[in-house]
Design a protein around this ligand. Structure first.
Ligand code: AMP
Ligand code: MG
Length: 487
């Protein structure tokens, strides 16, 4: 970084290096240079804290004091380089809304490096919104307040819900305005760079799936591993009513974590065709379409692996297709488990998922709130009076469903069944209208709503009667928030 401060031999605006105890141990930056571009974050005028994540800081080895230090603030704002950090923007291609973009890359993200946490997990530490990179394609490289707070809240909620996800260590303001009018709209496979793909496959396997490293066909081992991890992830999303919003291939991670929260939201009313992104006019990334899109994305991954496999092209394709055919049964299995747990069934019996689907079908027909309904099922299962059926219009149908469910549920080992319900059906989720409220207040400089929502969502499975209104679906007056969701 020091070199970057030097122009024409004269050292100007040197960035001070620090002794911050974030211990970087970088591996990605050791890959061939065409995998990334070194880049310096853009300095900002007046950095300030919006939020810090003490829990995550601790995992990364930071004390609360170190996390809140002026030194780290300057570093996260891009005004100073931490010792051991090697800031780079990653190079990649991807499919956006079905069309191939040969040159995407990190246009507003900078990877500082990797830190192995106290839990032994290696994490990328990345700045997002830290200014233009060689991949910004005319974008400003910045992130506006709203999306930053949304990503912070939703990703922390995911972590608390036990769903694999990237997380925010901190959110900082820059003291500078961000202008947003329109959303911004090749890499190795696109360039037939077989050597690069092989290096990447080997890196990804070693880093994320070391237990599969010894397998004979590394590309197929990786495809299997990614498929299984992503299937498990998207099944969890569906169980929670989560709509990612922009499942472009570059937003689906090899590691199987929820990545790049944009116009994402949790369903209020259960509506399988619901979308949240204003640019998704075809409903490509609608709630119920997510498994199909996942398969589509996996097929693009499979295609990228073709140059690495030996044999005739048509045999290779047949082998990859055979692999992808596992998707259907794998997904059915994973989603079936999610559904069974949501209605408190522990032991697998024929007809279980049909029973769960029957409840979902009626929720869709009667336009019932997804989170509220399942939470009320938890209460019913725990022996409380029936508050579930009043949510529905067709009383006979829901009461019949409850009777069938009861007959099946009562045979289950009770403690385990109740535990399954508790961990599957949260009391609190970050509802979209609440996030919009938080953002509106934060824009006026008031972060108290953010703090409250964040603290409630840290314990999503616990009843917190003093915050009960955060459970409520949007009312008439909040209706307008339901279709708006900026990126
Ligand atoms: P995303 O929808 O966040 O996954 O972004 C898709 C692509 O656009 C990625 O290559 C991003 O790095 C890039 N991008 C998104 N927003 C910006 C921005 N404000 N400036 C520059 N590049 C951006
Ligand atoms: Mg992205």
């Amino acid at each position: 970084m020091l070199e970057r401060g030097q122009r024409g031999g004269a050292p100007v605006a040197l960035q001070e290096k620090s002794s911050m105890p974030l211990r970087f141990e970088n591996s990605y930056a050791r890959l061939p240079e065409r995998f990334f571009a070194p880049v310096a974050p853009t300095r900002v005028k007046a950095p300030g804290w919006l939020a810090v994540n003490e829990g995550l800081g601790e995992v990364l080895g930071l004390t609360p004091e170190e996390l809140r230090s002026g030194e780290l603030l300057e570093a996260l704002a891009g005004n100073r380089t931490l010792e051991g950090a090697e800031p780079i923007a990653l190079a990649y291609a991807g499919h956006q809304f079905g069309g191939f973009s040969p040159r995407l890359g990190d246009g507003r993200a900078i990877l500082l490096g990797e830190v192995v946490g106290r839990d032994g997990v290696r994490r990328d530490v990345q700045l997002k919104g830290s200014g233009p990179t060689p991949f910004s394609r005319g974008g400003d490289g910045r992130a506006a307040l709203g999306p930053v707070l949304r990503e912070f809240l939703v990703s922390e909620a995911m972590a608390a819900l036990g769903v694999p996800t990237t997380r925010s260590l901190a959110a900082v303001s820059t003291g500078e305005p961000v202008f947003r009018e329109t959303p911004l709209p090749e890499y190795f496979a696109g360039q037939d760079d077989g050597e690069a793909i092989a290096a990447l496959v080997s890196y990804a396997l070693a880093r994320h799936y070391p237990e599969r490293k010894g397998q004979e066909q590394a590309p197929l081992a990786l495809l299997d591993a990614v498929m299984e991890a992503q299937v498990a992830l998207v099944a969890r999303w569906l169980g929670l009513g989560f709509v990612h919003g922009v499942m472009n291939t570059d937003n689906c991670s090899i590691s199987g974590e929820t990545l790049d929260y944009g116009p994402c939201a949790f369903l209020d009313t259960y509506d399988p065709s619901r979308t949240f992104s204003s640019i998704d006019r075809q409903g490509r990334y609608a709630f119920a379409n997510q498994p199909r899109i996942l398969l589509w994305n996996l097929a693009r991954l499979a295609e990228a692996l073709i140059p690495l496999l030996d044999g005739e092209q048509k045999d290779i394709v047949a082998r990859l297709e055979a692999r992808l055919e596992r998707f259907g049964p794998l997904f059915e299995r994973a989603y079936g488990e999610v559904l069974r747990a949501k209605i408190g069934l522990v032991e697998e019996r024929p007809g279980d998922t049909d029973l769960a689907r029957a409840l979902l079908d009626q929720m869709a027909t009667d336009r019932v709130d997804h989170t509220l309904a399942f939470h009320r099922l938890n209460r019913l299962a725990a022996g409380q009076p029936d508050q579930l059926s009043p949510l529905f219009q067709d009383q006979e149908r829901i009461l019949t469903w409850i009777r069938s469910w009861r007959a099946r549920f009562d045979g289950e080992p009770r403690a385990q069944a109740l535990a399954a319900l508790t961990r599957s059906n949260p009391v609190f989720l970050p509802r979209n209208h609440r996030i919009e409220e938080v953002i509106a207040a934060a824009t006026q400089g008031d972060l108290s709503l953010f703090a409250r929502l964040r603290s409630v969502l840290a314990r999503p499975f616990e009843e917190q009667p003093e915050h009960a209104e955060l459970q409520d679906p949007p009312g008439e007056e909040q209706w307008r928030y339901r279709t708006f969701c900026g990126t």
